[in-house]
Design a protein around this ligand. Structure first.
Ligand code: PAF
Length: 281
């Protein structure tokens, strides 16, 4: 596995390969969820590139940029074992040189859910992803469904800008108790980790609501199971609009209804989501 920092070098090498490239963009602190995305990448393209870059553009003031977990050596070993062809790990100063002044903004899909409380976050994500797509000459890029809003925003950007690549979705990978794998799970103390297992309980419970349930049933069901955990949001949205639906709306009236949750346990913000069994009318 080659490890490169220079965007120009990566662009040159991936173009010279002349073979389909699948990219897995990450911020490192890799876990089994990331490795499942690497396996998906391997199944769709001859060459697999992984990027590790803790992207300063997507962290707002007061968020966890400085303390975001960095486990580079362990990440490299895991990626070598997976047979990744190239690891792109740029320095922020080279990736965003002085004078860097472009941002990509997807409107609509970024207004709700995490976009409502994380100002500028999705602009940072779309900007870095577009750069990563360009630099790695990717024909495929694999994103996990755990960050479902991120996935939808990137799909929209690719469609709107006619980018010549396919976005491939990777299912959520869960711990034994069902907690969605996330680099941020490392922040949880043992007590907080036990509390976090209420999240998959809530996800499992709402997943079983049928088309005759209304949004309020789903939200209240989840809230009951979360107990005293601090909630940022609980919403049911169509996966196409990501606009929160009102409490009286029947799931059967929502096109691909999807449940979204964001909570805070101690200092750690965790998100999860699941499709609901609505019937498309
Ligand atoms: O999901 C992530 O880890 C990041 O948001 C991404 C897609 C690598 C962009 O920095």
């Amino acid at each position: 596995m080659q490890i490169l920092q220079s965007p120009a070098e990566v662009q040159k090498i991936t173009r010279e390969w002349g073979a389909p490239v699948a990219l897995v963009p990450t911020m490192g602190a890799l876990h089994a969820g990331h490795l499942s995305l690497v396996e998906i990448a391997r199944s769709v393209a001859k060459r697999v590139v992984v990027s590790i870059f803790v992207n300063p553009l997507q962290f707002a003031q007061g968020e966890d940029l400085a303390k975001y977990p960095r486990t580079f050596d362990a990440d490299v070993s895991l990626l070598r074992e997976k047979g990744v062809d190239l690891l792109f790990a740029p320095e922020a100063t080279e990736f965003y040189p002085r004078g860097f002044s472009t941002k990509v903004h997807v409107s609509g899909l970024t207004d709700s859910l995490c976009g409502a409380s994380r100002a500028g976050h999705f602009e940072g994500v779309t900007t870095v992803c577009l750069k990563l797509f360009q630099v790695t000459s990717a024909q495929f890029a694999v994103f996990g469904e755990k960050d479902f809003q991120q996935l939808r925003v990137i799909e929209q950007m690719v469609e709107d800008l006619n980018l010549p690549l396919d976005i491939v979705r990777g299912p959520i990978v869960r711990e034994a108790d069902g907690l969605a794998m996330s680099s941020r799970n490392r922040y949880l103390s043992p007590v907080e980790r036990r509390l976090a297992s209420r999240i998959p309980e809530a996800i499992k419970a709402v997943h079983s609501f049928g088309p005759d349930a209304v949004v309020r049933d789903v939200i209240e069901g989840a809230r009951r199971l979360l107990g005293d955990i601090s909630v940022d949001y609980l919403h049911v949205c169509s996966e196409f609009t990501l606009r929160p639906e009102g409490p009286e709306v029947l799931l059967s009236k929502i096109l691909s209804p999807h449940f979204f949750l964001a909570v805070k346990i101690g200092q750690t913000r965790l998100i999860d989501n699941t499709p609901l069994h609505g019937v498309t009318t």
